[in-house]
Design a binder for this molecule. Sequence first.
Ligand code: NDP
Ligand code: 8X3
Length: 252
Amino acid sequence: MQKTVLITGATSGIGEAAAKIFAKNGCKLILTGRREDRLMDFSNRLVSEFGIEVLPLVFDVRNLESVQNAVDRLPENWKTIDVLLNNAGLAVGLNPIQNGAIDDWERMIDTNIKGLLYVTRCFAPLMIARNSGHIINIGSIAGKEVYANGNVYCATKHAVDALTKAMRIDMVKHGIKVTQIAPGAVETEFSIVRFKGDKGAADNVYKGFTPLTANDIADVIYYVTSLPAHVCINDLVITPTAQASATNFYKV
Ligand code: NDP
Ligand code: 8X3
Protein backbone atom coordinates (compact mmCIF):
# COMPACT_ATOMS: atom_id res chain seq x y z
CA MET A 1 0.00 0.00 0.00
CA GLN A 2 1.26 3.49 -0.86
CA LYS A 3 2.13 5.31 2.37
CA THR A 4 1.74 9.02 3.08
CA VAL A 5 4.77 10.42 4.88
CA LEU A 6 5.01 13.85 6.53
CA ILE A 7 8.57 15.14 7.03
CA THR A 8 9.42 18.32 8.93
CA GLY A 9 12.64 20.03 7.89
CA ALA A 10 12.79 18.52 4.41
CA THR A 11 14.79 21.37 2.86
CA SER A 12 18.20 19.95 3.76
CA GLY A 13 20.19 17.23 5.50
CA ILE A 14 18.45 14.25 7.04
CA GLY A 15 14.92 15.39 6.16
CA GLU A 16 15.83 15.90 2.50
CA ALA A 17 17.57 12.52 2.29
CA ALA A 18 14.61 10.83 3.97
CA ALA A 19 12.23 12.44 1.46
CA LYS A 20 14.32 11.01 -1.40
CA ILE A 21 14.27 7.45 -0.11
CA PHE A 22 10.53 7.54 0.57
CA ALA A 23 10.01 9.04 -2.90
CA LYS A 24 12.10 6.29 -4.50
CA ASN A 25 9.82 3.80 -2.79
CA GLY A 26 6.67 5.38 -4.21
CA CYS A 27 5.33 7.15 -1.09
CA LYS A 28 3.16 10.28 -1.11
CA LEU A 29 5.03 13.05 0.65
CA ILE A 30 4.05 16.07 2.70
CA LEU A 31 7.25 18.08 2.94
CA THR A 32 7.75 21.06 5.21
CA GLY A 33 10.32 23.73 5.98
CA ARG A 34 10.69 27.51 6.13
CA ARG A 35 12.80 28.08 2.99
CA GLU A 36 10.06 28.24 0.38
CA ASP A 37 12.24 28.31 -2.77
CA ARG A 38 14.20 25.26 -1.74
CA LEU A 39 11.06 23.40 -0.70
CA MET A 40 9.29 24.11 -3.99
CA ASP A 41 12.32 23.22 -6.16
CA PHE A 42 12.93 20.03 -4.24
CA SER A 43 9.27 18.99 -4.33
CA ASN A 44 9.08 19.59 -8.10
CA ARG A 45 12.24 17.55 -8.65
CA LEU A 46 10.82 14.61 -6.68
CA VAL A 47 7.57 14.74 -8.65
CA SER A 48 9.34 14.68 -11.99
CA GLU A 49 12.00 12.14 -11.02
CA PHE A 50 9.82 9.62 -9.19
CA GLY A 51 6.31 10.34 -10.46
CA ILE A 52 4.96 10.62 -6.91
CA GLU A 53 2.61 13.18 -5.37
CA VAL A 54 4.17 15.81 -3.12
CA LEU A 55 2.40 18.41 -0.99
CA PRO A 56 4.88 21.14 0.05
CA LEU A 57 3.82 23.13 3.13
CA VAL A 58 5.84 26.16 4.18
CA PHE A 59 5.66 26.80 7.92
CA ASP A 60 7.82 27.42 10.94
CA VAL A 61 7.35 24.66 13.51
CA ARG A 62 7.73 27.30 16.26
CA ASN A 63 4.51 28.99 15.21
CA LEU A 64 1.55 27.05 16.63
CA GLU A 65 -0.99 28.95 14.53
CA SER A 66 0.86 28.05 11.31
CA VAL A 67 1.13 24.41 12.30
CA GLN A 68 -2.59 24.31 13.15
CA ASN A 69 -3.43 26.05 9.84
CA ALA A 70 -1.42 23.46 7.96
CA VAL A 71 -3.47 20.62 9.42
CA ASP A 72 -6.78 22.49 9.10
CA ARG A 73 -6.16 23.10 5.39
CA LEU A 74 -5.01 19.59 4.53
CA PRO A 75 -6.98 18.33 1.54
CA GLU A 76 -9.09 15.26 2.40
CA ASN A 77 -6.89 12.91 0.34
CA TRP A 78 -3.79 13.95 2.35
CA LYS A 79 -5.22 13.24 5.78
CA THR A 80 -4.23 9.58 5.99
CA ILE A 81 -0.73 10.18 7.31
CA ASP A 82 1.09 6.91 7.93
CA VAL A 83 4.47 8.28 9.02
CA LEU A 84 5.27 11.54 10.80
CA LEU A 85 9.00 12.24 10.80
CA ASN A 86 9.70 14.93 13.43
CA ASN A 87 13.07 15.96 12.06
CA ALA A 88 13.18 19.79 12.02
CA GLY A 89 15.70 20.95 14.58
CA LEU A 90 18.93 22.75 15.16
CA ALA A 91 21.80 23.64 17.44
CA VAL A 92 22.76 27.30 17.70
CA GLY A 93 25.94 28.35 19.46
CA LEU A 94 28.37 26.34 21.56
CA ASN A 95 29.07 28.34 24.70
CA PRO A 96 29.42 27.61 28.40
CA ILE A 97 26.15 28.21 30.18
CA GLN A 98 27.32 31.48 31.78
CA ASN A 99 28.06 32.96 28.33
CA GLY A 100 25.09 31.51 26.47
CA ALA A 101 23.13 33.78 24.16
CA ILE A 102 19.53 33.79 25.38
CA ASP A 103 18.25 34.08 21.82
CA ASP A 104 20.15 30.90 20.86
CA TRP A 105 18.56 29.10 23.78
CA GLU A 106 15.07 30.25 22.82
CA ARG A 107 15.56 29.12 19.21
CA MET A 108 16.67 25.64 20.25
CA ILE A 109 13.96 25.19 22.89
CA ASP A 110 11.25 26.61 20.63
CA THR A 111 12.26 24.48 17.63
CA ASN A 112 13.49 21.20 19.08
CA ILE A 113 11.00 20.83 21.93
CA LYS A 114 8.01 23.10 21.38
CA GLY A 115 8.03 22.72 17.57
CA LEU A 116 8.11 18.93 17.82
CA LEU A 117 5.27 19.11 20.35
CA TYR A 118 3.15 21.45 18.22
CA VAL A 119 3.52 19.26 15.12
CA THR A 120 2.74 16.10 17.08
CA ARG A 121 -0.23 17.69 18.89
CA CYS A 122 -1.73 18.92 15.59
CA PHE A 123 -1.08 15.88 13.36
CA ALA A 124 -1.25 12.86 15.73
CA PRO A 125 -5.09 13.08 16.03
CA LEU A 126 -5.27 12.15 12.31
CA MET A 127 -3.41 8.93 13.13
CA ILE A 128 -5.48 8.29 16.25
CA ALA A 129 -8.67 8.60 14.17
CA ARG A 130 -7.43 5.66 12.06
CA ASN A 131 -5.78 3.69 14.89
CA SER A 132 -2.68 3.50 12.77
CA GLY A 133 0.55 5.37 12.17
CA HIS A 134 4.23 5.74 13.01
CA ILE A 135 5.83 8.76 14.68
CA ILE A 136 9.60 8.97 14.32
CA ASN A 137 11.45 11.57 16.36
CA ILE A 138 14.98 12.55 15.42
CA GLY A 139 16.80 12.82 18.74
CA SER A 140 20.57 12.79 19.05
CA ILE A 141 23.48 11.26 20.90
CA ALA A 142 23.20 14.65 22.66
CA GLY A 143 19.94 13.34 24.10
CA LYS A 144 21.77 10.43 25.70
CA GLU A 145 24.87 12.23 26.99
CA VAL A 146 25.98 15.79 27.64
CA TYR A 147 29.19 17.46 26.54
CA ALA A 148 31.05 20.68 27.25
CA ASN A 149 29.19 23.75 25.96
CA GLY A 150 26.38 21.61 24.56
CA ASN A 151 24.18 22.46 27.56
CA VAL A 152 20.89 23.71 26.07
CA TYR A 153 21.09 21.69 22.83
CA CYS A 154 21.71 18.55 24.91
CA ALA A 155 18.78 19.47 27.16
CA THR A 156 16.45 19.82 24.18
CA LYS A 157 17.49 16.43 22.83
CA HIS A 158 17.12 14.84 26.30
CA ALA A 159 13.59 16.25 26.14
CA VAL A 160 13.05 14.53 22.77
CA ASP A 161 14.29 11.29 24.36
CA ALA A 162 11.79 11.65 27.23
CA LEU A 163 8.94 12.74 24.97
CA THR A 164 9.50 9.78 22.65
CA LYS A 165 9.12 7.38 25.57
CA ALA A 166 6.07 9.26 26.85
CA MET A 167 4.45 9.37 23.41
CA ARG A 168 4.90 5.63 22.99
CA ILE A 169 2.95 5.05 26.21
CA ASP A 170 0.18 7.47 25.18
CA MET A 171 -0.04 6.03 21.65
CA VAL A 172 0.15 2.31 22.43
CA LYS A 173 -3.61 1.87 22.77
CA HIS A 174 -4.12 3.56 19.39
CA GLY A 175 -1.86 1.12 17.53
CA ILE A 176 0.64 3.87 16.71
CA LYS A 177 4.36 3.11 16.70
CA VAL A 178 6.78 5.64 18.19
CA THR A 179 10.49 5.46 17.41
CA GLN A 180 13.47 7.62 18.27
CA ILE A 181 16.50 7.74 16.00
CA ALA A 182 19.48 9.31 17.77
CA PRO A 183 22.40 10.04 15.45
CA GLY A 184 25.97 10.98 16.29
CA ALA A 185 27.95 13.15 13.87
CA VAL A 186 26.20 13.53 10.51
CA GLU A 187 27.66 15.95 7.98
CA THR A 188 24.77 18.22 6.93
CA GLU A 189 24.09 21.94 7.33
CA PHE A 190 23.82 21.27 11.08
CA SER A 191 27.26 22.64 12.02
CA ILE A 192 26.98 25.60 9.64
CA VAL A 193 23.81 26.56 11.54
CA ARG A 194 25.43 25.86 14.92
CA PHE A 195 28.41 28.10 14.07
CA LYS A 196 26.15 30.74 12.51
CA GLY A 197 27.48 30.47 8.96
CA ASP A 198 31.17 29.94 9.82
CA LYS A 199 31.93 27.29 7.22
CA GLY A 200 35.54 26.81 8.45
CA ALA A 201 34.40 25.99 11.99
CA ALA A 202 31.72 23.67 10.59
CA ASP A 203 34.19 21.82 8.34
CA ASN A 204 36.52 21.30 11.31
CA VAL A 205 33.91 19.23 13.11
CA TYR A 206 34.17 16.49 10.47
CA LYS A 207 37.97 16.51 9.94
CA GLY A 208 40.03 13.37 10.58
CA PHE A 209 37.24 10.80 10.44
CA THR A 210 34.41 9.70 8.19
CA PRO A 211 31.16 11.16 9.48
CA LEU A 212 27.72 9.75 8.78
CA THR A 213 25.89 11.11 5.78
CA ALA A 214 22.25 12.16 5.72
CA ASN A 215 21.64 9.14 3.45
CA ASP A 216 22.97 6.78 6.15
CA ILE A 217 20.30 8.05 8.55
CA ALA A 218 17.62 8.10 5.85
CA ASP A 219 18.27 4.41 5.13
CA VAL A 220 17.66 3.60 8.81
CA ILE A 221 14.53 5.77 8.91
CA TYR A 222 13.16 3.92 5.90
CA TYR A 223 14.10 0.57 7.45
CA VAL A 224 12.18 1.20 10.67
CA THR A 225 9.07 2.04 8.63
CA SER A 226 9.36 -1.11 6.54
CA LEU A 227 8.89 -3.66 9.36
CA PRO A 228 5.73 -5.70 9.91
CA ALA A 229 2.80 -4.01 11.69
CA HIS A 230 3.50 -5.81 14.98
CA VAL A 231 7.18 -4.75 15.17
CA CYS A 232 8.19 -1.37 16.64
CA ILE A 233 11.80 -0.26 16.97
CA ASN A 234 11.83 1.97 20.04
CA ASP A 235 15.22 3.63 19.98
CA LEU A 236 18.35 3.57 17.87
CA VAL A 237 21.67 5.33 18.50
CA ILE A 238 23.72 5.51 15.29
CA THR A 239 27.26 6.82 15.16
CA PRO A 240 30.08 6.83 12.65
CA THR A 241 32.38 3.85 13.25
CA ALA A 242 35.01 6.36 14.41
CA GLN A 243 32.72 7.77 17.13
CA ALA A 244 32.38 5.82 20.40
CA SER A 245 30.46 8.40 22.45
CA ALA A 246 29.38 12.03 22.13
CA THR A 247 32.96 13.19 22.63
CA ASN A 248 35.12 10.16 21.90
CA PHE A 249 36.33 10.15 18.28
CA TYR A 250 39.18 8.27 16.65
CA LYS A 251 40.65 10.93 14.38
CA VAL A 252 43.71 10.52 12.15
P1 NDP B 1 20.10 20.63 8.62
O1 NDP B 1 20.45 21.99 9.15
O2 NDP B 1 20.73 20.18 7.36
O3 NDP B 1 18.51 20.51 8.48
C1 NDP B 1 17.64 21.04 9.44
C2 NDP B 1 16.24 21.10 8.86
O4 NDP B 1 15.36 21.59 9.88
C3 NDP B 1 16.13 22.03 7.68
O5 NDP B 1 15.33 21.44 6.68
C4 NDP B 1 15.42 23.26 8.25
O6 NDP B 1 14.59 23.84 7.25
C5 NDP B 1 14.55 22.62 9.34
N1 NDP B 1 14.20 23.59 10.38
C6 NDP B 1 15.01 24.20 11.27
N2 NDP B 1 14.31 25.07 12.02
C7 NDP B 1 13.03 24.99 11.60
C8 NDP B 1 11.83 25.65 11.96
N3 NDP B 1 11.82 26.55 12.96
N4 NDP B 1 10.69 25.34 11.32
C9 NDP B 1 10.69 24.44 10.31
N5 NDP B 1 11.78 23.78 9.91
C10 NDP B 1 12.94 24.06 10.54
O7 NDP B 1 20.45 19.63 9.81
P2 NDP B 1 20.22 18.06 9.98
O8 NDP B 1 19.60 17.46 8.80
O9 NDP B 1 21.51 17.51 10.47
O10 NDP B 1 19.22 18.08 11.21
C11 NDP B 1 18.00 17.38 11.22
C12 NDP B 1 17.73 16.89 12.63
O11 NDP B 1 18.76 15.97 12.99
C13 NDP B 1 17.74 17.96 13.73
O12 NDP B 1 16.69 17.70 14.62
C14 NDP B 1 19.10 17.76 14.40
O13 NDP B 1 19.09 18.22 15.73
C15 NDP B 1 19.23 16.27 14.30
N6 NDP B 1 20.57 15.72 14.44
C16 NDP B 1 21.57 16.10 13.59
C17 NDP B 1 22.84 15.56 13.75
C18 NDP B 1 24.00 15.99 12.92
O14 NDP B 1 25.15 15.70 13.31
N7 NDP B 1 23.79 16.62 11.76
C19 NDP B 1 23.09 14.54 14.78
C20 NDP B 1 21.97 14.26 15.61
C21 NDP B 1 20.76 14.80 15.43
P3 NDP B 1 14.36 25.40 7.02
O15 NDP B 1 15.62 26.10 7.43
O16 NDP B 1 14.03 25.51 5.57
O17 NDP B 1 13.20 25.72 7.89
C1 8X3 C 1 24.11 16.48 16.75
C2 8X3 C 1 25.25 15.67 17.24
O1 8X3 C 1 27.17 15.56 18.91
O2 8X3 C 1 26.82 17.67 17.74
O3 8X3 C 1 22.97 16.24 17.49
O4 8X3 C 1 25.34 16.99 19.47
S1 8X3 C 1 26.17 16.53 18.40
